[in-house]
Design a protein around this ligand. Structure first.
Ligand code: BEZ
Length: 189
């Protein structure tokens, strides 16, 4: 699959018939909402885990030296916490462009944190068949890769450090993120 997914998302997931849509953010969308929204609430999804397994050619790296950013991997029994935003469908024009490097949108069930209830929402994920996919590596190798990468949106290390802090601010644990953060902090010393 080509890593530019703008057209695919538009074609596979038309949203124009809806008044509003919930979007679930599990990465930079937790701490960087650069779009208008009606409401924002902490939420989680089940059966998915965050992994630094996707290459970034356009934000935290370059086509010649891609950085490493998050995608979601299916994992029965797993729980992934993040932030949900209620947006109008036209917001996806901007978001599809921002997340065009291999990410497709899919609907999944969002569960609110701290209050009962759930709703359907969209999440961006980059599957193993996209051209920018990098796949697993050790925590130390992922940290070293992140430490040496940068792109138009800034250093790859900022992406990881801001995410880890945002998760701590939400009182959320994520072993994968915090283990790579520890390795990265050692390298940055
Ligand atoms: C997010 O923060 O939810 C996100 C992560 C990767 C791509 C798009 C969005």
């Amino acid at each position: 699959m080509s890593h530019n997914t703008i057209a695919l998302n538009k074609q596979q997931q038309p949203l124009d018939h809806l008044d509003s849509v919930w979007l679930f953010g599990y990465g930079s969308l937790i701490y960087k909402a650069d779009f208008p929204y009606m409401q924002c609430k902490p939420a989680c999804i089940y059966g998915w885990q965050r992994r630094f397994w996707q290459g970034s050619h356009d934000h935290r790296g370059t086509p010649q030296a891609p950085g490493r950013v998050l995608t979601l991997i299916e994992a029965p029994g797993a729980r992934c916490a993040g932030m949900a935003y209620e947006v109008t469908p036209d917001t996806f024009e901007h978001l599809d462009h921002r997340e065009k490097n291999g990410y497709l949108r899919v609907f999944t069930e969002l569960h609110w944190l701290g209050e009962p209830g759930q709703t359907q929402g969209l999440v961006y994920l980059a599957s193993a068949d996209n051209e920018a996919y990098l796949g697993p590596d050790t925590d130390a190798a992922i940290a070293a890769h992140i430490a040496s990468s940068a792109g138009p949106s800034g250093p790859n290390s900022d992406y990881l450090l801001q995410l880890a802090q945002a998760l701590r601010d939400m009182d959320e644990q994520d072993e994968h993120v915090f283990a790579i953060e520890q390795q990265l902090l050692k390298l940055l010393k």
